[in-house]
Ligand binder design. Sequence first.
Ligand SMILES: *[C@@H]1O[C@H](CO)[C@@H](O)[C@H](O)[C@H]1NC(C)=O
Ligand SMILES: *[C@@H]1O[C@H](CO)[C@@H](O)[C@H](O)[C@H]1NC(C)=O
Ligand SMILES: *[C@@H]1O[C@H](CO)[C@@H](O)[C@H](O)[C@H]1NC(C)=O
Length: 489
Amino acid sequence: MQFRSIDFIPTEIKVLIVLLSSVTSINCRSYVEPGYYPGYYNRGQENHYAKIQTALEKLDHAPEWIPEWPDRSVNLGQVSAVALDNSGRLVIFHRAANVWDATTFYMDNVYKGITTKPIPEPTLLVFNDTGSIVDKWGQNLFYMPHGLTIDSQGNYWVTDVAMHQVFKFTAGDRTKPQLVLGEKFVPGADETHFCKPSGVAVLGNGDFFVSDGYCNTRVIKFNAEGQRILQWGRDSSDSPYSFNLPHALALAEDKGQVCVADRENGRVACFRTDNGTYVASYKNWLIGPRVFSVAYSPVHGGRLYVVNGPGATVPVRGYVIDFTTGRLIQTFAPQGDFHNPHDVAVSPDGADVYVAEINPYKVYRFSEESLRNESLSKEVVKSDEVVPVKPTATVESSSLAPASWGLWRGAAGGAGGALVAAAVVAAILALLRARNRGRKGAPRRRWEYGHGEFKLRRLLERRRFTRVHSEDSDDEPAPMLPPQPPANA
Ligand SMILES: *[C@@H]1O[C@H](CO)[C@@H](O)[C@H](O)[C@H]1NC(C)=O
Ligand SMILES: *[C@@H]1O[C@H](CO)[C@@H](O)[C@H](O)[C@H]1NC(C)=O
Ligand SMILES: *[C@@H]1O[C@H](CO)[C@@H](O)[C@H](O)[C@H]1NC(C)=O
């Protein structure tokens, strides 16, 4: 048998095929828990690497990592969440022996282990200041822990992505939740179902928000009784209300805002807590295209603490953003950066910061001692103006069936990728043709040139890591590189 040479395919078509497949693969990235490989950024690209180093040097390297924390004897699984209780102790939510990987769910988001028993070990661990476990519970309750929040009354709120549920536990009863939202193991997108809900944020008056999550890409506000009052984010248009995996929530209650770590959009998006109106987004080229979690402290006028993720051409680190100006002011990481940070928590005074990692199974502590003794009393403007609102939807445009939503998004992503690739190829071909014509002395068709440039520019702008919010930004576009294979996984 003879193999035919592929030389009969014109080079332009080959270029097209390569571009199509690479760009499409970027857009079709699936949203299972992040890739299990260490943070990668391209040291081979000298200019980009140098630019990153320069940008990092300009930032304050704080808070400082506390290497001997927690106690080494502590045995953890995938640590999915960190939160501080009302006495300032760290609480973590972990998966013990359970692991979320590509085989955990069926295509329709149903958990494959519904006939198995819940995790028998305590999944909630409480640490004292020196890093010893002083309390633990949460055994025989959960399958795939994700989010954890402790409200001002000391209630624990957790999400389980396998059960598709949100639970509230009071301090007094740790075996039976006081409130359960969602139907066990049944994913959905209607009023009574979630699909892999990721996080919770609770207002002082008891109203709370749920980020829902891996397939529904919406944020829902409930009143204290668990009735839905607001929802936004299922809008598929290119508006600031549409998410690409809302992965964690943080409340800036003194600002009357709830902020969403919009993971695959690489931004923190903040909305009014009272009526869900969009206020601002925070992005930065140095943080890159993925933001896994966000926390807020009212210190010094308000600061956002974010962690990014692997797979991009930026280092995996923590960053502190000034809430008012949107400027990056600090960066923090353990030695050698993070690998797969999944959640971040900060104490109200900003002095203690904790980061959970999915892989390796770790929790890190950082501290900024100069903030520890500062009085917050002058700065915090308490806002009790959060008035209950009538149940109305703000931005809710999609009525797609729940099960088809994830698929539809994937398909749209692929089609979008193909369109973008086609636009790039068209632009390149147009440029080549224009140049050839130029050589032959034919007049350049300027509109074609301009059109191509316009499309390229728009494309680069979409990929650019700038902050939407304020004047300070580094305007260089990020290089468009496909995700890299594991460095040394
Ligand atoms: C934390 O707990 C350990 C073990 O019980 C104890 O030795 C240590 O003194 C405690 N630290 C604090 C700050 O209470
Ligand atoms: C939310 O409230 C603000 C301030 O009253 C108002 O400007 C905005 O239009 C409101 N948004 C909605 C959707 O009602
Ligand atoms: C903060 O206050 C404590 C107790 O008052 C004191 O021991 C500590 O040295 C102070 N730290 C700083 C950084 O000022």
